[in-house]
Design a protein around this ligand. Sequence first.
Ligand SMILES: [Zn+2]
Ligand SMILES: [Zn+2]
Length: 171
Amino acid sequence: MPAPFNTIDLSTLALKPGGGRRLDLELIPEPLELGGETYDFGAEPAPGRLDVSRTSSGHAMRLELRAKLFGRCMRCLTPAEFEVEVESREIDQPGTGDEELASPYVDGGELDIAAWAHDAIALALPQSLLCREDCAGLCPECGVALNDLDEEHVHEREPDPRWAKLRELTD
Ligand SMILES: [Zn+2]
Ligand SMILES: [Zn+2]
């Protein structure tokens, strides 16, 4: 496996217009802050692939990445692991004078893969990160995590006196 790297100087690829290069890479993206929680990528670098092709006045790039994210389930708050798959494209044609065509991740010919991966992952994540699709969350009464309880979790409740009153009225 190649060593982890976070930036790459595109000029070192020495691509001719129309030419392209595929690079296998390993990345540890910066942790994400979501809803006041930190989600990090652990110690294992995430495997990815970068395709760079040279256009007439710049580069077109495509990043594919598979990563594991570690943090708390947003519903039951237990530590969990989340799989993320990302595919993202960027174009950098600095010479055209068109802001839209200058990639925010390329600076002086240097592509910041880690920053790009970070943003692409943030965009690709679902609205809520759940330990499992049907996570039962926390009991609203006592706060216990409901997923792994063997028995049905119910709280004995005093019957609401208003219902008794209502029953009297309708009888
Ligand atoms: Zn959960
Ligand atoms: Zn409870």
